[in-house]
Design a protein around this ligand. Structure first.
Ligand code: CMP
Length: 586
């Protein structure tokens, strides 16, 4: 080949195999994720045929993790987290402690060192938020209270893992790892000093991001949004996500994942976060697939034959150990069995953080390579079995509903605590919506409510009307209407100012005003030029929809016609004395 095309080959074969096996998995009613992992195994060095470049796939996977964590950050609602904190924080921490202890004991039984056992235990203790979100999406459970509890729980786990990743280098030597560890480790410095330094870096990074982020990022995105270019907006979102992640890794030595996560958190507070999420989603999906492919590539299937008992033990810990621990914790905290079962099912798998932690453990000489293979086997099997686990919990919940004493003790008797949490979640949702309103969100419903003209309409009428509006952005100087043109739409100004120019006279229009109605009413050409004075957000109504509006709500015609008549009248006067100047709106 003329030049090195290993990156192209890796991406092309990766996508093709992931697609092929993902499709087959879907046909077999398994999550497509399982197919991506198998696709990775197929292009790994442990299976015959094409072998992809490990190094490159690793980097592509890292981009995938960054974008995934950015997505998780974007979806984090601080209100939600606060609402579920009483169950998620103690639950996740205690469950991690229990699972890590079991894992360490298990490894000690195999004759592994304490460090190896702890890394293995920690890796197995954390479930994958990505897998959970996908599972909840398939079941329509993302916004249910139980779903939100499970997501909150896993986010706490993620945060604990991020902290673990940051601290691991500092502890590696003490736990019996390499003395010549990769850069940034404890060598030379005392453990305490290096620990303190690490924590200081993380804290200053988080403080910096949380202080400046919400002040700068949403403002910046809004500026970009005003350009009206979707491409620039997507680029802006990606630049923020990957830029913060990369810069934080370089400057503060925190992980890419943590940086990207906080970039998402910062943007999640912005009223444009939905747009940001929607625009970054396709790229996130594509790279997430490569992430799963790269995990599959590292997997050596022979471990299933050479160490079946160890694989079985790991799988049991993931499926039963963690789940039972979580079940007990949730029940002890006084929540209903159905909540406990949802959280348990959510936890019965491992994913991205387990691989990252395992990989780091191997790099620091803490975890034997076999440990990483075990983690990968556990992930592959538990992710594949996860839909079955969820189906099993559904059956169990149904059964509990039928057995009256169980229902009384484990469901009804605990309803009060659950409904309090539900109220908190509802309050968080309402608060978020109110905030979106205060931010001048651009949902058509809210905009319709802002125009005095529509004040007389019932909420239902406004809602149907809102469906017909098309949002449009304009830049300073942009000509929105040209005199003499044929009329096509009427414009409502939501934010910004526009200028009507007629016979040398200039009339300023602002938020709440409308223009472009005269030609539509009279059937004549446009009577004036209209130019945006600054960045404007407009709502437009097509000629057809405008006619429909007047037909359906005859009460609208008079006020609009009155404005048009008044404008016509002043234009006639302008014609008589065309000297120019800025006039207040007619
Ligand atoms: P139309 O004629 O469809 O296109 C140009 C628009 O400019 C016109 O509708 C009005 O909405 C607006 N316009 C024209 N003259 C005036 C005026 N004197 N004051 C305010 N707006 C005007």
């Amino acid at each position: 080949m003329p030049h090195d095309v290993s990156l192209i080959a890796t991406i092309a074969v990766g996508f093709a195999l992931a697609f092929l096996f993902g499709f087959i998995a879907h046909r077999l009613r398994l999550p497509p994720l399982v197919g991506y992992l198998v696709g990775g195994v197929a292009m790994g060095r442990f299976t015959p045929g094409f072998v992809a470049n490990n190094e490159l796939t690793g980097q592509l996977a890292e981009i995938g993790v960054m974008l995934l964590m950015f997505g998780v950050g974007l979806h984090v609602s601080t209100g939600d987290l606060m609402a579920v904190r009483r169950i998620a924080i103690p639950g996740a921490i205690v469950q991690i402690l229990i699972a890590t202890t079991i894992g360490t004991l298990m490894a000690a039984f195999w004759g592994w060192s304490l460090g190896a056992g702890m890394v293995l235990g920690l890796s197995l203790s954390v479930a994958s938020t990505v897998v959970l979100l996908k599972a909840l999406e398939e079941r329509n459970g993302v916004s249910t209270p139980n779903g939100r509890i499970a997501v909150g729980w896993l986010i706490v786990e993620d945060l604990v893992m991020v902290l673990t990743l940051v601290l691991l280098p500092a502890f590696a030597e003490v736990l019996g790892g390499n003395s010549n560890t990769p850069a940034g480790a404890a060598s030379g410095l005392g453990l305490l000093a290096s620990l303190g330094l690490t924590l200081l870096k993380v804290i200053s990074f988080v403080a910096l991001v949380l202080y400046f982020g919400p002040r700068v990022m949403p403002w910046m995105l809004r500026q970009v949004a005003r350009t009206g270019s979707r491409e620039l907006f997507t680029l802006g979102v990606l630049a923020v996500a990957l830029g913060i992640a990369f810069a934080s890794a370089r400057l503060f030595g925190v992980s890419f994942a943590l940086g990207a996560f906080f970039a998402g958190v910062v943007l999640s507070e912005s009223d444009l976060s939905h747009k940001a999420a929607a625009n970054s989603l396709p790229l996130q999906d594509a790279f997430a697939v490569l992430f799963f492919v790269s995990v599959g590539m590292l997997f050596d299937p022979s471990i299933l034959v050479t160490q079946p008992l160890m694989v079985a033990a790991v799988l049991l810990l993931i499926l039963l150990g963690k789940s039972l621990a979580a079940l007990a914790i949730v029940l002890l905290l006084g929540y209903p069995l159905s909540t406990a079962l949802t959280v348990s099912a959510a936890l019965a798998q491992i994913g991205e953080f387990s691989f990252i932690l395992g990989g780091l453990g191997v790099a620091y000489g803490l975890l034997p390579a076999e440990g990483l293979s075990l983690i990968l086997a556990g992930a592959l099997l538990s992710i594949s079995l996860n839909p079955l686990v969820f189906a099993g919990t559904d059956l169990l919940v149904g059964w509990v509903q039928k057995v009256s004493w169980l229902k009384i003790h484990l469901e009804d008797g605990r309803a009060a605590r659950f409904s309090r949490l539900q109220e908190d979640l509802e309050a968080a949702r309402v608060a978020l919506e109110a905030k979106a309103g205060a931010h001048k969100s651009y949902s058509p419903d809210e905009l319709v409510a802002r125009f005095a003209l529509f004040a007389g309409l019932t909420p239902e009428q406004r809602e149907t009307l809102a469906l017909h509006f098309r949002p449009r952005n304009a830049q300073p100087g942009e000509r929105l209407i040209r005199v003499g043109d044929k009329a096509d739409a009427v414009y409502f100004i939501s934010t910004g100012e526009a200028e009507v120019v007629v016979n040398g006279h200039k009339i300023k229009l602002g938020p709440g005003d409308f223009f472009g109605e005269m030609a539509l009413l009279s059937g004549l050409p446009r009577s004036a030029d209209v130019i945006a004075l600054d960045f404007c957000k407009l709502l437009t109504l097509s000629q057809r929809d405008f006619r429909e509006l007047l037909r359906r709500y005859p009460g609208m015609r008079d006020p609009i016609a009155a404005v048009a008549k008044e404008r016509e009248e002043s234009n006639r006067q302008f014609k008589e004395r065309p000297h120019g100047g800025v006039t207040q709106p007619a």
